[in-house]
Design a protein around this ligand. Structure first.
Ligand SMILES: *[C@@H]1O[C@H](CO)[C@@H](O)[C@H](O)[C@H]1NC(C)=O
Length: 309
């Protein structure tokens, strides 16, 4: 009973990216630029893909889904950060905090599983070109995408429920600009051993796609090297290059942020977190549209249609 009372009125303080006022102002301006760019960039990708019948194929459906996840992902934390900065407030309710944490973990997982589905799709296209249309069917794509969303929820709900049942006594200062699980666990005065174990299990589930991506690329490169035609190599690089760029950006920053979660929070971690949360979703559409001829054509078509109508 007391616990329930506690959690309904509980407020947390988001200390910010670094906690230093000048740096907070800098990050505010940075986010003010990044957030609309992310929304517009990703929405354009989705619109372009859906309006161009020539690229209605699995690779672009996955890409559109990735853009959708990126839009949600940045909307979980950035608007709250911007609003708090404008209002001169640092507070967030316990419910808001858990909501942020829940969707952050869920969407990060979905993102990561969709990246794996994309790698698998490319690997089949390059290594089994003749069987591609029978292996990667519309049905299997829908299954992969639905599975990615499901894993996201399945790998975040337990953490959310476990964190919701913790007690928070003294300090309510979250050393970040959003509620992340590691900061919340550190603030709790309950026994968090089980929570930490579950968190590492969660990181494990989250990392499975990385293994799949590595295997897919080993498969791609072994195929390309076995048939060493310049054209084949170029084709492989042009279709995989963008994906590989996004994957390295994504996992590079995630590894930096997640693999030292309970250690002291430094400016370097703060910058890595910002990279991961704000920059990666913003850069995804650019990486894909600037390097990909079909994507560029689809965007051009989208714009010319708007202008002529
Ligand atoms: C996500 O993928 C599914 C299955 O490939 C597709 O039907 C759907 O349109 C995609 N979603 C978006 C937003 O493009």
């Amino acid at each position: 009973m007391r616990e329930e009372n506690q959690s309904s009125t509980l407020e947390f303080i988001l200390l910010g990216v670094t906690g230093q006022q000048e740096q907070e102002d800098f990050f505010f301006v940075l986010f003010l630029f990044i957030y609309p760019t992310t929304l517009i960039g990703n929405m354009l990708i989705i619109l372009a893909i859906h309006s161009d019948i020539r690229i209605h194929n699995p690779m672009y459906f996955f890409l559109a889904n990735l853009s959708l996840v990126d839009i949600f992902f940045s909307s979980v934390t950035i608007p709250k950060m911007l609003a708090n900065h404008l209002l001169g407030s640092k507070s967030i309710t316990f419910g808001g905090c858990l909501t942020q944490m829940h969707f952050m973990i869920a969407l990060a997982n979905t993102d990561s599983y969709i990246l794996a589905a994309m790698a698998y799709d490319r690997a089949v296209a390059i290594s089994r070109p003749l069987h591609y249309t029978t292996i990667v069917t519309l049905k299997s794509c829908v299954l992969l995408v639905a599975g990615s969303w499901m894993v996201g929820i399945a790998n975040s709900l337990p953490h959310t429920l476990l964190t919701a049942s913790l007690s928070f006594c003294g300090n309510h200062d979250v050393a970040n600009f959003y509620c992340d699980i590691a900061s919340l666990l550190k603030l709790s005065c309950s026994d968090i051993h089980f929570n930490v174990k579950m968190m590492y299990l969660g990181v494990g589930v989250f990392s499975v796609p990385l293994l799949c991506i590595i295997i897919s690329y080993v498969w791609v490169f072994s195929t390309v090297l076995r048939v060493p035609s310049t054209k084949g190599v170029l084709k492989a690089f042009s279709t995989c290059g963008s994906h590989l760029t996004v994957v390295s950006l994504y996992y590079g920053t995630v590894m930096g942020t997640y693999f030292c979660p309970l250690m002291k929070y430094s400016l370097k971690d703060a910058v890595l977190t910002v990279m991961y949360i704000a920059m990666t979703p913003m850069l995804n559409p650019f990486v894909y549209s600037l390097r990909n001829r079909d994507m560029k054509a689809a965007l051009r078509k989208l714009f010319s249609k708007r202008i002529s109508s």
